[in-house]
Design a protein around this ligand. Sequence first.
Ligand code: GLC
Length: 501
Amino acid sequence: MNRPSPRPQPRIPTPGAAPRERLRVLFAAAEAYPLAKVGGLADVAGSLPLALARLGHDVRLIMPLYAAVDRARFRVRDTGRSFALPLRGGQETARIYEASLDGGVPAYLLENQRLYGRPQVYGEADDLERFLFFGQAVVEAPQQLGWAPQVLHCHDWHAAPALPILHRRRSQAPERYPWASLLTIHNLAYQGPFDDRFASEAGLREYLPEGAIGGSLHSFLGLGIYYADQVSTVSETYAREILTSEYGYGLEPVLQQRRRDLSGIVNGLGEGDFPAQDPHLVAKYDAKSLSQKAVNKAALQRRVGLPPDPHIPLLGMVGRLVEQKGADLLAEALEPLLSRAQVQLVVLGTGQKPYEEALADLARRYPRQAAVQLVFDASLASLIYGGADLFLMPSRYEPCGLGQMIAMRYGTVPVVRRTGGLADTVADCHQGSERGTGFVFVQYTAKALLGALGRALAAFQDQGAWRRLQLRGMEGDYSWEASARKYEVVYRRALERASLS
Ligand code: GLC
């Protein structure tokens, strides 16, 4: 994989450039922690609204009410408001519920038993229809609630149908829909594609523009990119990468067209993500008590059945075992690593069968060096962040990535590929240098990954320098505040572009 050259330059927001004013923002997302969580989107939709609320904005969240949402825990109550909307020749009703979340951000939950009364968030055969309805309902709900946003902030393809609909309504009745819009892309590979038949049945044909761009817009995400006032992604590097055919997944033409309205803002970490507060660690620690990390390392080795040894470098990986995360690269690179070097490895995650099998096979053949746990286990994940020496994230592409930031906060040194948010958050530590927070490689090859691992293992031998490297990572600012201020700037741009301010 070669990096694109020359690199296109999207506009990067400058924080602090806009005058402060309390904004009303509606967050529309298919998942938000702690109500429902599948992936990193839930972390963002759960914590960015809180950070914006702390800056003084009136931020509210809207999401479907899945059967998996714990109604008792979040005190989910009926607002008594409901509305009906046409859906593919029929009609569906949404009833609005409200939940209470910590931090005072109101969450509106849309109830429709047929569409959302199931445990799964995604992965249903009728996902297109479920989220088409969600997008329509997002535009309708504020009319019922007597509270309207100034900015509608949609996340990923599931909320994107709201954007063409809002655009149309706003041009027909600007006084009723004076809202600007922002679409944030968390992963361009998931687009919600539809065919001509669905477009006709769903009434989406009228939104498809003429010409070449129109041909590539047969997806909810594509329409969202075309119609949103502003578009953002979750790192500056990913915002540049998605303009290329290598990373654009076919949407690079419409992204190119919108490049003046495209920006990249890196995610932050939640306030609870500190090793001094993590209840799953055997020994809590911070920069001043970093030696306690050894206690977690011993506990991790015991828990996964590896020989306890404080001196052997321990590599950890937590994440989905899919190509995006570099699972194919790992499967290829780990065998030569384990056979040649004195290292231990712990992998935690589930994913595509061939990668699960390759890694499980490795653990069978190197039982004293490798442990592979093909499950999702939050407490073991914490122990890996807290107990490992190195954290692997060799992603093929990574819009932002949270694991590398958690690892750095925990004093666990990341080994990452230079892509997306990994490029923006991890600085390479060159040999003998007292700068950098991890080990970065460029080419998507097992050889390049092994090269970075070789440098990391050599650096591990100098424990004094290693400790300073750990501390540089731990001192980094991964809070949401700086990012929330950049979103303020993008909201203002959206309002300007919609000429509503
Ligand atoms: C997606 C991306 C990941 C990002 C997350 C939150 O899961 O794959 O890189 O961190 O969204 O934005």
